[in-house]
Design a protein around this ligand. Structure first.
Ligand SMILES: *Cc1c(COP(=O)(O)O)cnc(C)c1O
Length: 456
């Protein structure tokens, strides 16, 4: 019943973010190859990958230029570390390129192997910064419920996922969470709550000020947030949210960490979503689209204020990873950015394909089991509901999302469920025809999900 590969996998592979017992009954889907926006599995199925892997394959699959650059770099210098006063061309060139695209006050990059390692780096940089500034009590981070900042101990602690916290006694000390700006959950689907998105945005932002006052400004080092929440369900804050957060941060001396791991490198039609929301981060973790996922690489873009202190007052910074700025990954990341530039992909997102995707995605709001659609750039989400009048969920424990996902896969479309929120984040190079295919498949999937629950 299982293929040879499925059997090996069941016997010996411990799969991340999965119920491994259930997997051993059904077997994992074996992905064999990919091209453009499509992936293929062992059984011969062709799937439109509307998640770009895990939000990362921005350039799409099968870009030979990235393969060639990797092969050339492996031939020339497959590995050398960046510790102890050494560097190499890919790291130096990539750091220059990234900072040329980042906000003007950000001029240094610290490389890591992943987004989680980037957030661990942020945690150490912020604490070191305040120590050097003579304010060692400013140790606490404020994050948000339902945030995602990675899966290392610090990444998961900074994140606000209850189902992660409950495994391993997280968060670690010194990390506090405030409410998230999730209008659909907190207002649209709650009886008796009557706030406009603008009013709610202010209210959610003000939970930051309340937390600062509760803990004392002298104890808080940084506020960390994604520009829009990705893994939490493509939650796009109301227009009033970020301006109010900025007002509060300006009033107190607290660093701003904008986690651009998903939103960076063109996903919103800007190089970074910080431009979209006019944010001036002190630190900016990046990964995912940095290399379009072709090789693992991440980093932290460091603003001048933090860099000046860490570098000019700090002496040795006792932190780094064996694979920080790995030469092959860095060479691929540099080529990835050069291709995004040369092909005008970020402009195309802004002026052409994201307006088209968002216009077509919004059509799904007409479906009887869709309570809301939303999107920004090349991410979008929709809420599955039983009844549009009350926005009540279809089944207990948000089980409808999983049902919807299974129909979607059977229809040849990879959408991801976050509870009963269905989300997409396709490769930036998706064509108009492929967007049409995505929408047709999503419509059929919604129809089947509604039928399954007798809601038509
Ligand atoms: C994926 C993600 C991370 C973690 O990145 P990894 O490379 O999986 O460690 C951190 N922050 C955000 C916003 C992410 O989406």
């Amino acid at each position: 019943m299982y293929s040879e590969l499925q059997q090996k996998d069941i016997n010996h592979h411990f799969t991340p973010f999965s119920d491994n017992k259930e997997l051993s009954e059904n077997g994992s889907r074996v992905i064999t190859h990919a091209e453009g926006v499509y992936i293929y599995d062992e059984k011969g199925n062709k799937l439109l990958d509307a998640m770009a892997g895990l939000w990362c394959v921005n350039l799409g699959y099968g870009r030979k230029e990235l393969v060639d650059v990797a092969a050339a770099q492996m031939t020339e210098l497959p590995y050398y570390n960046l510790f102890f006063k050494t560097t190499h061309a890919p790291a130096a060139k990539l750091a220059e390129k990234i900072t040329s695209l980042a906000p003007a006050h950000m001029n240094k990059v610290f490389f890591t192997g992943s987004g989680s390692e980037a957030n661990d780096t942020v945690f150490r940089m912020v604490r070191r910064f305040w120590d050097l500034e003579g304010k060692p009590s400013k140790k606490t981070f404020i994050s948000r419920e339902n945030a995602y900042h990675g899966s290392t101990v610090i990444g998961a602690s900074l994140g606000g996922m209850g189902y992660m916290h409950e495994q391993g006694d997280l968060p670690v000390a010194g990390i506090e969470h405030i409410e998230q700006p999730y209008y659909f959950k907190e207002v649209s689907s709650k009886a008796g709550v009557d706030l406009t998105p603008e009013e709610f945005g202010i209210q959610a932002a003000q939970s930051l000020e309340a937390k600062i006052l509760e803990l004392g400004e002298e104890n808080i080092g940084a506020f960390i947030a994604e520009p829009f929440q990705g893994a939490g369900g493509v939650i796009i804050p109301p227009s009033t949210y970020w301006p109010e957060i900025k007002r509060i941060l300006a009033k107190y001396d607290i660093l701003l960490v904008v986690d651009e791991v998903i939103s960076g490198f063109g996903r919103t039609g800007e190089w970074f979503a910080s431009f979209h929301y006019d944010l001036k981060p002190d630190l900016m973790p990046i990964a995912k689209g940095l290399s379009s996922g072709y090789l693992p690489i991440g980093g932290v873009i460091v603003g001048d204020r933090v860099a000046d202190t860490l570098i000019n007052k700090g002496g040795d910074f006792n932190h780094g990873f064996t694979y920080s700025g790995h030469p092959v990954a860095a060479a691929v990341a540099l080529k990835n950015i050069e291709l995004l530039e040369a092909e005008g992909i970020v402009e195309r997102v802004k002026n052409d394909i994201s307006p088209y995707l968002q216009k077509r995605w919004a059509e799904l709001a007409d479906h009887p089991i869709v309570g809301e659609t939303r999107g920004l750039g090349m991410v979008a989400g929709l809420e599955l509901v039983k009844d549009k009048a009350t926005n009540q969920r279809i089944a207990p424990d948000c089980k409808a999302g999983g049902v919807c996902r299974d129909y979607s896969m059977a229809n040849g479309l990879i959408m991801r469920p976050c509870g009963d929120t269905m989300i997409i984040s396709p490769p930036l190079i998706i064509s108009h025809d492929e967007v049409d295919e995505l929408i047709e498949k999503a419509k059929k999937t919604l129809e089947q999900t509604a039928e399954f629950y007798n809601l038509l």
